[in-house]
Design a protein around this ligand. Structure first.
Ligand code: ADP
Ligand code: MG
Length: 204
């Protein structure tokens, strides 16, 4: 299995109408500052040697000025010495919301499956997920959302429920159309009027 490059993964999502936050590899603090413009950014170190970035302290969020960006960049390149080869990615800082996970894998018996659940730090502690075999219709996706214990927590209103349902259907289509053995959008940050995919992992 091979991990798809982050930017390629994000382009692949885009083709299925799934937006992820603006992201770009940066190789100098100046590039990161230029990427930020006047906005807050996040810097992340990506390396095969550290798959769980936040646990390893490889994410710096809320970088709202040049000084913070320079410090974070220096900190990450220093950490990177032990994690070569690595890349640093700059991302637009998403506003806060509720974090969900949308994932997919291949079951030896049933084939491609899609999972949704409460994301971020809650994935392991609440184990509140629902799972379906592909193909997944809009109705299936609605059931998946409604079956979650946290259903009312992650859907603010009918509109945001529809938005999550649509995302599930799009993810199911993407994994069905392509040679993908695992996919994780973790988290997708859900807000009342939108969403932000901030972490993508696709294994071919
Ligand atoms: P990992 O899963 O490898 O630890 P993530 O990229 O998922 O790393 O980031 C961990 C957490 O950091 C996310 O759950 C989210 O809370 C926060 N985060 C990551 N990227 C962003 C971003 N672009 N905007 C806002 N918050 C972010
Ligand atoms: Mg993640």
């Amino acid at each position: 299995m091979e991990l798809l490059d982050y930017i390629k993964a994000s382009t692949m999502l885009e083709r299925y109408g799934i937006r992820s936050v603006r992201s770009s590899y940066v190789s100098t603090p100046e590039e990161a500052i230029k990427f930020a413009g006047k906005k807050s950014i996040v810097l992340k170190l990506i390396s095969d040697k550290a798959l769980h970035k936040s646990k390893a302290g490889l994410i710096r969020v809320g970088l709202f000025d040049e000084g913070l960006i320079r410090n974070a960049f220096e900190y990450l390149t220093d950490r990177g010495k032990a994690l070569k080869p690595y890349k640093i990615i700059a991302q637009e800082m998403a506003s806060s919301g509720i974090e969900i996970i949308i994932g997919s894998n291949v079951d030896p018996q049933f084939g491609k499956m899609v999972l949704i659940g409460l994301g971020g730090i809650y994935v392991e502690s609440f184990k509140d997920t629902s799972l379906r075999v592909c193909p997944i219709t809009k109705n299936d996706a609605q059931d998946m959302v409604d079956q979650l214990k946290s259903s009312t927590v992650i859907t603010y209103d009918g509109k945001s429920r529809d938005m999550i349902v649509e995302l599930i259907v799009k993810v199911a289509k993407l994994v069905q159309d392509n040679d993908i053995s695992e996919l994780d959008l973790n988290p997708v940050i859900i807000r009342k009027n939108g969403y932000d995919v901030v972490d993508i992992r696709i294994l071919k």
